[in-house]
Design a protein. Structure first.
Length: 83
């Protein structure tokens, strides 16, 4: 299915780019921009971004590796100034 008609990107292209990026670096942060660059293309109008991201998220390889899950630290509490 065509996801981006301006650049001719299909859901299969997205899946293949994700697979290639995960194979070369399992911990890489995958973004729409990186997928476009991996495909040698560029976004034009941006009308596809919702569907593009939906297709990215539906790919099983987009999951955060188990050893990296839960690493986010809660934001530190704001300290009140002693005045």
């Amino acid at each position: 299915m065509i996801v981006c008609s301006c650049s001719g990107v299909t859901d299969r292209d997205i899946s293949q780019a994700i697979a290639w990026m995960r194979a070369s670096d399992a911990y890489t942060l995958i973004t729409p921009g990186k997928i476009y660059r991996a495909l040698g293309k560029a976004p034009r109008c941006g009308g596809c971004i919702r569907l593009f991201v939906e297709r990215m998220r539906s790919d099983d390889r987009m999951e955060v590796p188990a050893e990296l899950q839960g690493l986010r630290q809660p934001a530190p509490a704001t300290l009140a100034r002693a005045g």
